[in-house]
Design a binder for this molecule. Sequence first.
Ligand code: F0G
Length: 458
Amino acid sequence: MKLPYAEPYKIKMTEAIRTSTREERETWIREAHYNLFKLHADQVTIDLLTDSGTGSMSDRQWAAMMTGDESYAGATSYFRLKETIERIFGMPYFLPTHQGRAAENVIFSALLKAGDIVPGNSHFDTTKGHIEFRKCHAVDCTIDAAADTQLEIPFKGEMDTAKLEKILKENPREKVPCVVLTITNNTAGGQPVSMRNIRETAEVCRRYGVPLLIDSARFAENAYFIKTREEGYADKSIKEIVREIYTYADIMTISAKKDGVVNMGGFVAMRSEELFRSAMMYNIMFEGYVTYGGMSGRDMDALAVGLDENTEFEQLDARIRQVKLLGDLLDEYGVPYQRPAGGHAIFLDAKKILTHLPKEQFIAQTLAIELYVEAGIRGVEIGSILADRDPETHENRYPALELLRLAIPRRVYTDNHIRVIAAACRNIYERRESITTGYRITFEAPILRHFTVELEKI
Ligand code: F0G
């Protein structure tokens, strides 16, 4: 008999999960004004709000923390992380920051000026926020196929290079300070970008003399998909693939809280010494001195080990198999989601589940609340609450997709938890006809309202 699959690690420490009754959850979610961000974490049984900073570090990472050098300047921890970044990404210069958006803040302070245009494949919210905050425009050049949730293609997060080229052709070089390629594409459902598309995007950028910045939050998962889905890469190691990806990049920003498997941290790295020198000043102002930025020495050591370990195939295989398991179970139960299963999360297609609920009643949020009440599972709405109001008309914006993201933290839950999640989704899907009313807003902040919004049941 062929032996079944098993994870390449065993568990050394556990954390108790608090369970609750449906009545308790109904009370708690009402008290939280139907906003899942306002729940206390111990009111949640399975927390799928994000895979960011929520992973389990390895014993080697915890051990590395004890070797952290907390010197203000020139810490040995900094040099260990520097060596790792040079070896894995081939980037000669880097600045540590406290997380991904801080890296964006530092590099965009050095690169952007009001009125600039920054094309990309579905910029992440914070990236877009940092661009728009500087009165610049984030132009989305994602392939159209990404918006069709049922279409099954291997690299659904790609840049449409024709759309990109059109923008570069129509605008003067000095108006486009960089192009942002996000791997994997979080907003499009954790969907990967092929090496071919990375190369072609870089070629377009080079032709127009514009630097390519890779938003690298989930770079290792993207490399896994290149290895397992793209012709010519099956025999290459994840580290070889990562090395090739970054030969096409001029700059990288990273939230290390994802594929670095640390609870906090990030950095910006680049090839140009000149850019490094100008970004350095902003790092010192916003984050900290050049050799620690936003991180303590022990955090830099844990990250150095995390980057090394999480660019090994077995680690990524265990993770992506678990996300796929959730997708496979949902297939079995007929519950619609963004296909194929992504790298870090499953995105339920709320419009295809709550078909009769009017969009004005917040379809994906209604589904998120149902899932919490059903089983204590916390996902996150990627729909019209997140989309905010139009800044000019102040009308609610209703995006084409209403999604409920179920992000799977790394090495935290077992396959049994995954089965509970799938069963809970199935239960809601089976009683979907009975969910006929949604929610209305009673309080909202002018921007990024989803974090603090308050709702009531209609
Ligand atoms: N880029 C991408 C693609 C991201 O997914 C995130 C964060 C960031 C940048 C910003 O990094 O949080 O460390 O400041 N994504 C998290 C999520 C919050 O839940 O997807 P950060």
